[in-house]
Design a protein around this ligand. Sequence first.
Ligand code: SF4
Length: 268
Amino acid sequence: MSMAYDSQPQTTVTATAAPQPQPQGPAALAASLNARLRDASPQGILKAALELFPGRVALVSSFGAESAVLLHMLSEIDRAAPVLFLDTGHLFGQTLDYRKSLVEKLGLTDVRDLRPAYQDLAVNDPKADLWKTNTDLCCDIRKVRPLDRVLLPDFDAWITGRKRFHGGSRLNLPVVEAGAEGKIKFNPLANWSKAQLDAYMAEHDLPPHPLVEFGYPSVGCWPCTKPVESGAASDIRAGRWAGSDKTECGIHTPRAATAAESEVGGDI
Ligand code: SF4
């Protein structure tokens, strides 16, 4: 779809300025947008994303420990904006409950549940225990492929909740970047600290994910998420794939060769 890469925003540093037509690829466009938005507020970045890519940008949310902040900001700007939720089939029941209650509280009207395809599960994970032997392939069929099946044809840009304070590969996270899948990615909370998130949650009386009080500073799938000792809480993602080198699920990294087509759809 042409809008994303045929347009460029004005150079003036305002989050709401209208784009000026100028052909450029995703990397150049992302660099231009990042230069313009890197010091903008999260709300200003969200507004810019929605205005630059009307109907072609989605917020991807895990409905995890910190998700309420960005979802609340979005709801105050446009409750009908698309939200993509990766329901891997291995999520905690508390996450599914939280997704439902938070959507109702915030009044979001276009939350789409993305699930693995029957064919991928039947071929690669018929016993639903692939996570024990191959977490990369498990994430690929349960997260990356479901996301790409929707993101690649239907959107030109997406919005993530990643922050620099998460550390690891996120330490140098820009506010706007070109994603490995070729789309523009907005990271409105890249600059924010844990203290700012906590303050925002309190100010807006947002409900925490139910597992936070049980020592889960980051919440993913139940087989791959452990509670974190309070002394190690400075590493927010310490409980994710604990004991392995894996730190990311794959939706933010270059696609593996195995992430090929699985055109036969269907939800679990
Ligand atoms: Fe599978 Fe674990 Fe990845 Fe979830 S986080 S998709 S269970 S490997």
